[in-house]
Design a protein around this ligand. Structure first.
Ligand code: SAM
Length: 390
């Protein structure tokens, strides 16, 4: 695979070597192997070393991948319309964005809400990367200096929150366990190291993982076949639970690429859902280039819904990204398109295609809405809600 990827520049290679050295040390200290979830955590989040904790460009043309808010301001504007509907029903409602990346989504939401004459009292951001937090502050300060005082960065979730919680492509960045099913047992995939790099090995799964896999089998109504490999995010239910616990009233909008549990663990998908992104090449070799490539895994949206319901939230809806945008006001956002120059119209229609076409981001990306309290006016789930498949 490496030969088909662009060659990293010398600085990136030097950084990658440092990350490899720290992961090797963790492997040595663990007597020869670490679980894939530990590997993913170190590769993405090791302080000062992990992919999200160093100052390289990740988002957009100069980075490794493009997210919906980076692709087009239309995404953030439609999200803002849904936020406005919720905020107008709450006294002092706020927005809380988790994992805000470059800060682009925050900028577009704040800009649109200001156009709608309803900027939130506070726009809270919980971002675990110190580097990205600094970039977010810089971008918001440059583009919306008057609104910067309303933005506050948190180091943990608030105890009590009323408003809208937004997370775009954060759940897919939570470390996942990789497992293999055999007729006799469940194995946890581990990572070992030698002079040439990292490699896979496997160990009997710890009880927490074996039980989680058995629960999947119960839910889908059959045992996974011999040799079946896939992923599971053991941290996801707790992450959703923490968000649910702090939400006193309002809506959570979680966007990500993902499917229902039945589809996630279908027989055809016997190699799992890990995806790596390096300089706009998507591939499935997670053990190469630690620290300089993004590692993600598709989301089991049934797990999201289950944990939300366990913590007292309602599932407001589950739709494709395309349907979210259409239900949420895309046509209104495009109303003035005829007044733009031909070049601008073409650019806008290119962006809408990428956001909505099934072969682009339209179908694989979903939005799940989780709510507490009676909310009216949220239109995003009015049509083609697929919550019944979860
Ligand atoms: C793939 S990026 C998406 C960034 C942005 N939301 C976007 O759409 O462009 C993942 C982001 O989630 C952050 N992140 C990962 N785990 C997190 C967590 N547990 N809490 C908050 N942020 C997290 C990363 O630092 C990064 O900003």
């Amino acid at each position: 695979m490496i030969s088909r990827l662009p060659r990293p520049d010398d600085d990136s290679l030097a950084h990658c070597q440092k990350v490899c050295a720290s992961i090797r040390q963790a492997i040595d200290e663990a007597d020869g192997s670490i679980s894939f979830a530990q590997f993913m955590h170190l590769a993405l989040y090791a302080p000062g070393l992990g992919y999200y904790n160093v100052g390289t460009t990740k988002f957009g043309a100069a980075g490794d991948f493009v997210t919906a808010p980076e692709l087009s301001p239309i995404f953030g504007r439609v999200v803002a319309r849904q936020c406005a509907a919720v905020l107008e029903q709450l006294e002092k409602g706020q927005i809380l964005e988790l994992g805000a990346g470059s800060g682009r989504l925050a900028v577009e939401i704040l800009r649109k809400l200001t156009d709608l004459k309803s900027p939130p009292e506070r726009y809270l951001i919980l971002e675990i990367s110190a580097d990205l937090k600094a970039r977010q502050e810089e971008l918001i300060g440059e583009e919306l200096p008057d609104l910067l005082p309303r933005v506050e960065w948190l180091s943990k979730l608030p105890k009590k929150f009323a408003g809208v919680v937004i997370a775009n492509e954060v759940a897919d960045a939570l470390p996942v366990e990789r497992f293999e099913r055999t007729d006799a047992a469940v194995f946890q995939m581990h990572v070992t190291a030698d002079e040439t790099g990292f490699d896979w090995s496997r160990k009997p799964a710890p009880e927490i993982l074996a039980v989680a896999v058995e629960k999947i089998e119960t839910d889908i109504g059959e045992a996974l076949p011999q040799g079946y490999q896939s992923e599971i995010s053991l941290g996801l239910p707790d992450w959703i639970g923490q968000i649910a616990t702090c939400l006193d009233k309002g809506l959570v909008l979680l966007f990500d690429y993902g499917v229902s549990r039945r589809e996630y663990y279908s027989r055809e998908h016997n190699q799992g859902w890990l995806r790596c992104h390096f300089r706009h090449h998507a591939h499935n070799e997670p053990l190469i280039y630690p620290g300089i490539q993004d590692l993600t895994s598709w989301v089991d949206f049934t797990a999201v819904a289950e944990s939300a319901v366990d913590h007292g939230l309602d599932v407001a809806g589950y739709v494709t990204q395309a349907q979210f945008l259409i239900n949420g006001g895309l046509a209104d956002e495009l109303a003035g398109i005829a007044d733009l120059s031909v070049a601008e119209q073409l650019e806008m229609s290119r962006q809408v295609k990428l956001l909505t076409l099934p072969g682009e981001m339209g179908e694989n990306f979903k939005c799940i809405g989780l709510s507490r309290g009676d909310l009216t006016g949220v239109t995003a789930f009015n049509c083609a809600d697929r919550a019944h498949v979860l």
